[in-house]
Design a protein around this ligand. Structure first.
Ligand code: FBP
Length: 550
């Protein structure tokens, strides 16, 4: 049997704090009917049974909770790991037991595929207790199977009926919650008697809106990356001889890179959304970084830190156009993967529009090839495989050589590369994520008890102490719009990108010139689970500034 670490043992005893609204008797207050964020007519037509539902807010009631029949519930972890998933499940388990001690929770194994293939296990209190406050998704495993076809939904229903399950909780990102909503609509349309509830997960932080203040896992993952970036900053400031190019996860949005920049004050941080807004080319980004390197070299500082969001490539307008056309082309060419690399390259060059073919041809061959590799099941380019940090540092190196010849650069440039992503996805959840996730799960049990479907568990007011958090449910259709996916228009939850008018970005933009030139590194240190609240319980800087912090 695996030996528990001292921290694991101590942490198992932590009791996450619930919003006071969820203590004891709870009543659900209905808000006004809702609308989708865009494309209302199309979304309404696609979701006739789950469109327009009201926002629900839970309030504490003095009436003691009425007795309720036992409920059997299924739970699925979907997509990339994010710290706190186990606490969503333990909160859900405790919430269901509070509804009726005979309620049962089943976990479908290795993601949505477990539902379709009927792979499951019952989650008993002995199992749950082993996983409280731990990182990872290993309690039941996760996967990226896309739940989207009627056939999959019907196969899933067979096992749900067999286990007498009347509600399914899907813990996932924007794509998985989109599918949760499609499933909710389908089960409702056939009167299947199965509610579907989503929970907002992703370290990327891009599943958020007015009602979902943050996705879980973002807080812990960015604290882990910031700790390590801080350590590299100290190393860099001690040896004073390397430029570190650090790529950070965040498939689409740059929230992780921005949050880490706010926590560590590096010399340069690329924000993909700004690159897109300013229509910057790859060469312009390279020029910008090279100028910072040259300026620091003038003061004798031949070292520094550059942060790069992994999704950058897709935000450079020429690259974005290329990837969009490649997505359509590859979706129409099912035997593409079977061709040799040389044949693939020729096929792509012959079938793209002239402009996109020219961009494709201009890329280093390795990067061009990475763009044609398999999409994930949601049709996304696997950006974590593209070595943008090396691409940028090589190009900066070349540019500096030219600048040296022109007498514009007097220093030395030696680069090291890092990619931080997987290191942070299974960390033990910070106190914030431990409490937030437990509350999301417990709250999901309340939504199930209310009998609703097509809702996302929502816990808000997150910069206040957790007892003051607001718990409730948000209709998922409210977050949707129509987007082009796999060559066709589909209803999807709108992704939250970095808002260039938002306070977190503004703070960064105000200070970045100073951080570039001077050495203003901040060393956040490791996540602390025990100790003073200002050390242990701080929300992310992003949430802090978004909520009006100065
Ligand atoms: P989710 O959107 O599913 O939460 O996953 C996010 C993420 O961690 C990205 O940051 C990264 O690009 C991707 O997962 C990596 O995927 P995989 O785990 O399949 O390699």
């Amino acid at each position: 049997m695996a030996k528990k670490s001292a921290l694991q043992t101590a942490r198992a005893a932590y009791q996450p704090k619930l919003p006071s609204a969820l203590w004891g008797g709870v009543s659900a207050v209905e808000g006004e009917p809702t609308q989708s964020v865009a494309d209302q007519e199309e979304i309404k037509a696609l979701f006739p049974n789950t469109y327009g539902l009201p926002v629900l807010t839970f309030e504490k009631t003095s009436k003691s909770a009425k007795s309720h029949d036992a409920i059997n519930v299924g739970v699925i972890l979907s997509g990339g790991q994010a710290p706190g998933g186990h606490n969503v499940i333990s909160g859900l388990f405790d919430g269901l037991k509070a509804v009726n001690k005979d309620s049962r929770l089943y976990g479908f194994l290795m993601g949505p595929g477990g539902l379709v293939d009927h792979n499951y296990m019952e989650l008993t209190s002995e199992i749950i207790d082993e996983y409280r406050n731990t990182g990872g998704f290993d309690i039941i495993g996760s996967g990226r199977t896309k739940l989207e076809s009627k056939d999959q939904f019907d196969k899933g229903l067979i096992i749900l009926k067999e286990l007498n399950i009347s509600a399914l909780v899907i813990i996932g990102g924007d794509d998985s919650n989109t599918n949760a909503c499609i499933l909710a609509e389908y089960y409702k349309s056939i009167n299947a008697g199965v509610q579907v509830i989503g929970c907002p997960k992703t370290i990327d932080g891009d599943l958020k809106n007015e009602m979902i203040e943050t996705s879980f896992g973002f807080d812990t993952a960015t604290k882990v990356y910031s700790e390590v970036i801080g350590n590299i900053e100290r190393d860099c400031n001690s040896a004073k001889k390397y430029w570190h190019f650090i790529k950070l996860m965040g498939r689409s949005a740059s929230h992780i890179a921005l949050e880490c920049a706010l926590q560590t004050q590096p010399n340069y941080c690329v924000i993909s959304e700004e690159v897109e807004a300013k229509k910057m080319t790859l060469n312009e980004i390279v020029d910008d970084i090279a100028k910072v390197v040259a300026k620091r070299a003038e003061a004798g500082n031949n070292y520094g830190i550059v942060l790069i969001p992994e999704g950058l490539i897709e935000f450079i307008p020429a690259m974005k156009a290329l990837i969009a056309e490649l997505n359509d082309l590859l979706a129409k060419t099912p035997d593409f993967a079977e061709q040799t690399p040389a044949a693939q390259r020729e096929f792509v060059l012959n079938n793209l529009s002239a402009e996109n073919a020219a961009t494709f041809a201009s890329l280093p061959e390795g990067v061009a090839r990475q763009l044609t590799l398999d999409r994930d099941p949601h049709g996304n380019v696997q950006v974590s495989l593209i070595e943008t940090e090396k691409l940028l540092s090589e190009m900066v190196g070349k540019r500096l050589k030219e600048m040296k010849e022109a007498g514009e650069f007097v220093g030395k440039f030696s680069a090291l590369h890092h990619f931080f992503g997987y290191e942070g996805r299974c960390a033990d959840p910070s106190n914030f994520d431990a409490d937030y996730c437990y509350a999301l799960g417990y709250n999901a049990a309340q939504l199930i008890k209310c009998g609703v479907t097509g809702y996302m568990s929502s816990v808000r007011n997150l910069t206040c102490p957790s007892v003051q958090w607001i718990a409730g449910g948000i209709p998922i259709t409210m977050m949707m719009n129509m987007e082009r996916r796999h060559g066709a228009m589909k209803p999807v939850i709108q992704k939250a990108l970095v808002d260039l008018e938002g306070k977190p970005f503004k703070y960064f933009a105000k200070h970045r010139a100073e951080w570039a030139e001077k050495t203003s590194y901040t060393y956040p240190g490791p996540i602390q689970y025990f100790g003073p609240t200002e050390v242990c319980d701080q929300p992310s800087r992003t949430l802090y500034y978004e909520k009006g912090g100065k």
